[in-house]
Write a protein that binds this ligand. Structure first.
Ligand code: NDP
Length: 284
């Protein structure tokens, strides 16, 4: 039997409807949630992501500012801009679109963002809070994945969750979120010995590798829930890390690419910005 498709667009739309109401409510209380995005250079993918973030923020009534800097901007100038945004009380969330040009130290930039405004949740303080189970913000893509699992009432407690990929932005944080909800979590990577043996044990399989159609149906336990995080641009088309046609014959539920995890990431970014605005208000 073919898997049920997890419709990320639909789930994201539902959440955005709720966020729009929250923004309107905050505005009546005198607070306009405001996201500032910094884009350095003119990488086409980064430009697309930033304009999508801006558009989606505006759609839910959120203030958004995009600061565009040339690719040869100095690290000092970038840090100065972040300092100004940190000190600007009308800005609640700050995001620096990655990757940055090689002459800029990415860690230094991330560390300079006020953790209370770090809506991507990449600052070491926020990473530490996530590890300690005391998170302020949940990193956007992993938070979106958890919402997708919730949308199909996926049981997590006691299940085997296998994550393929151990990046700081997807693999590691999603493993922590699943662990927090009592899954038995395995994290696989490029040095994993028998990947297929691992993935076949997964009741919940999360794939974030960055290699088109890397996981095939043969590697999937029948009835597993499969979340494909991968976004690979091949000849203008977006392809996931999971071979969709074979995987959907094995899985019980599966996310498509595009239209699965992607729409959730921006939605959770806006959610974090609203959380930041609320926290700021409570501090006043
Ligand atoms: P990274 O490149 O940072 O990490 C990839 C991971 O895959 C690494 O841990 C790497 O292992 C592992 N890997 C590589 N080759 C193999 C292999 N042969 N077997 C097992 N593991 C392997 O990627 P990201 O996590 O940043 O992104 C992953 C994918 O998700 C990309 O396609 C990206 O575009 C997409 N993405 C999508 C988002 C969305 O919103 N939809 C958001 C973020 C990412 P090792 O550590 O050993 O090198």
């Amino acid at each position: 039997m073919s898997a049920q498709i997890i419709d990320g667009k639909k789930v994201a739309k539902g959440i955005r409807g709720d966020l729009k109401e929250e923004v309107a409510k905050l505005k009546t209380d005198g607070i306009a949630p405001h996201l500032a995005v910094i884009l350095v250079g003119d990488d086409p993918a980064s430009k697309t992501y930033v304009s999508m973030k801006e558009k989606t923020a505006n759609k839910i009534g959120m203030e958004s500012t995009v600061k565009r800097l040339p690719s040869d901007v100095s690290e000092e100038e970038l840090l100065q801009l972040i300092k100004e945004l940190n000190e600007n009380d009308s800005v609640h969330g700050i995001l620096v679109q990655l990757p940055l040009p090689h002459h800029i130290n990415e860690n230094k930039v991330i560390n300079s963002i006020d953790p209370d405004k770090d809506v991507d949740s990449f600052h070491p303080i926020n990473v530490g809070n996530l590890v300690a189970g005391k998170k302020k913000f949940t990193p956007c893509t992993p938070a979106g994945i958890m919402k997708l699992l919730e949308s199909i009432n996926c049981e997590i407690n006691g299940k085997n969750a296998v994550i393929v990929g151990r990046s700081n932005i997807v693999g590691k944080p999603i493993s922590l979120l699943l662990l927090e909800q009592n899954a038995t979590v395995s994290i696989c990577h490029s040095r994993t010995k028998d990947l297929s043996a691992m993935t076949k044990e997964a009741d919940i399989l999360i794939v974030a590798v960055g290699k088109p159609e890397f996981v095939t149906g043969k590697m999937i336990k029948p009835g597993a829930v499969v979340i494909d995080v991968g976004v690979n641009r091949i000849e203008g088309e977006l392809i996931g890390d999971v071979e969709f046609d074979s995987a959907k014959e094995a899985a019980s539920h599966i996310t498509p690419v595009p239209g699965g995890v992607g729409p959730m990431t921006i939605t959770m970014l806006l959610n974090n910005t609203i959380e930041a605005a609320k926290a700021w208000k409570n501090k006043q």
